[in-house]
Design a protein around this ligand. Structure first.
Ligand code: ATP
Ligand code: MG
Length: 450
């Protein structure tokens, strides 16, 4: 029970406003730990013809940053244009979609912006004059110049400062369409068309996402989105607790932040479950402690979607229990890219917590054989060779899975993540904007030496 009285329905609504694991954040007020990125976007957009490309791992918060920043930059006379790429999206369908959204925004607003005076409409005219949307803009786009002109008209009727968010650009699979987009950006810049794009995409390099088109890349402010800092992870949980008059015990806060691996999705999910647990507890709770956190952890594991956890399930459905323990070891440490030897050190640590007298502990060779298997399809291809292309280095195919692996380990009583110093190799390869170094803040100790 909460210290303050609140109706179940009101509680649910209020909680959903504070944490939303399944929905990207829409406002900068709700966005934690992205001050630097927002400032970069703000500064970049002073330059005419500049667009923003936010890329990074799945679930790291790309759509949230794009939506919050778009809401901030878009003029108040219309909502920003929101296009999500599906696998069957094409260059033409996306441009047509932008056109349709501009038409419906202008219909809703009714009053015309000053910009649309003096424009000779060619593409959007039919849609603007008829009340139906059956008008097929798609078939009228035959070239990059046509698409550019659709955007010019869309910009004129949409709003004073139109922003387009093109979410999940990586799902656009056709290389030819990617090149067309790159050409379109160039066209928009050269012809001074007043529309700004915010792209998001899962990926580790921009070249892969945009097909390495140099002149388009020059027009982009590219933001490789790192995982959330520890402060931001804490702030999400602490703010939610405070909103319901609760205190959060420091150790619980540290565990929640550590287990999340910096993925806001897990922080939101764990916080949501934690709050429900407190709400439904028979006695009044004023401080959230470990026992509540452990209960929330089990609830969170249950509600993780099947697609995300499938590789884990596949790996642990192998014949022996060893796979699960080996897997936990791979999710230890703040670093995503690690060596087989480093995994093995983590494994020994896992087994010490598991059962200090166990005879089952694997030796290094048997351990590494399982690590190799974790790269195979029957084991869900959990691991891949490190992108640094060094022999004996591994990474996660889907880095967001590490959070789930950590939750599983923690639910089995194994606390992962230690304070480690960056290895020399990792320090050399970093120097990018992404997050590769240890993030454990000073003063936080896990009581563990390595
Ligand atoms: N900076 C942030 N502060 C607080 N919560 C965040 C932040 N970024 C993301 N979130 C939360 O984390 C969840 C995942 O974020 P989001 O959907 O933006 O990630 P994504 O990178 O677009 O994921 P995907 O790759 O699956 O599209 C969202 O539900 C959102 O509520
Ligand atoms: Mg997204």
């Amino acid at each position: 029970m909460l210290p303050l009285e609140i109706e179940r329905n009101d509680f649910g609504v209020k909680l959903n406003h504070l944490v939303s694991p399944a929905k990207p954040i829409q406002t900068v007020e709700q966005l934690e730990g992205r001050t630097k990125e927002l400032a970069r976007i703000e500064k970049a957009l002073f330059a005419e013809g500049r667009h923003v490309f936010i890329y990074g791992n799945r679930g790291v918060g790309k759509s949230s940053l794009a939506a919050a920043a778009a809401n901030q930059c878009q003029s108040v006379d219309a909502p920003y244009i929101d296009v999500s790429c599906s696998t069957d999206a094409t260059f033409k369908s996306i441009v047509a979609n932008i056109g349709y959204q501009a038409i419906s925004a202008s219909r809703l607003r009714k009053t015309k912006t000053t910009k649309n005076l003096g424009i000779e409409y060619r593409f959007l005219k039919a849609g603007m004059s008829s009340e139906t949307t059956t008008y097929d803009l798609h078939d009228e786009i035959h070239s990059v110049a046509d698409a550019g002109e659709v955007l010019r008209e869309a910009a004129a009727i949409h709003s004073e400062r139109p922003i387009v968010v093109l979410d999940e650009f990586d799902r656009l699979t056709s290389e030819a369409d990617k090149v067309l987009f790159a050409d379109l950006l160039k066209y928009v810049g050269d012809k001074k068309i007043g529309i700004t794009f915010f792209f998001t995409g899962v990926g580790t390099t921009l070249e892969k996402l945009l097909g390495g088109h140099p002149s388009a890349i020059r027009q982009l402010e590219t933001i490789e989105l790192p995982k959330l800092s520890w402060d931001a992870r804490w702030d999400i949980a602490l703010k939610a607790a405070k909103a319901f008059g609760l205190e959060l015990d420091e150790q619980t806060c540290v565990r929640l932040a550590a287990v999340s691996d910096g993925y806001p999705y897990y922080v939101h999910l764990l916080t949501e479950k934690l709050m429900w647990h407190v709400y439904e507890a028979p006695a009044v709770i004023t401080t959230i402690e470990r026992e509540h956190y452990v209960a929330a952890l089990h609830d969170a594991i249950e509600s993780i979607n099947a697609e995300l956890r499938r590789p884990y399930d596949m790996a642990v459905s192998q014949r022996t229990e060893d796979f699960e323990e080996v897997l936990w070891a791979t999710a230890d440490s703040d670093y995503l890219d690690r060596t087989g030897d480093d995994f093995f050190t983590s494994y020994q640590y896992v087994m010490k917590q598991r059962d200090p007298f166990s005879k089952r502990t694997l030796d290094s060779a048997a351990f590494k054989a399982i690590i190799k298997k974790l790269k195979s399809a029957p084991c869900g291809e959990v691991l891949v060779n490190s992108r640094f292309n060094r022999r004996g280095w591994y990474s996660y195919r889907e880095p967001v899975l590490r959070g789930y692996v950590r939750m599983q380990a923690e639910a089995h009583g194994i606390e992962l993540i230690g304070e480690t110093q960056a290895t020399k190799e990792l320090r050399q390869v970093s120097g990018r904007t992404g997050y590769y170094g240890p993030s454990v803040p000073r003063g936080v100790h896990f009581g563990r030496r390595r």
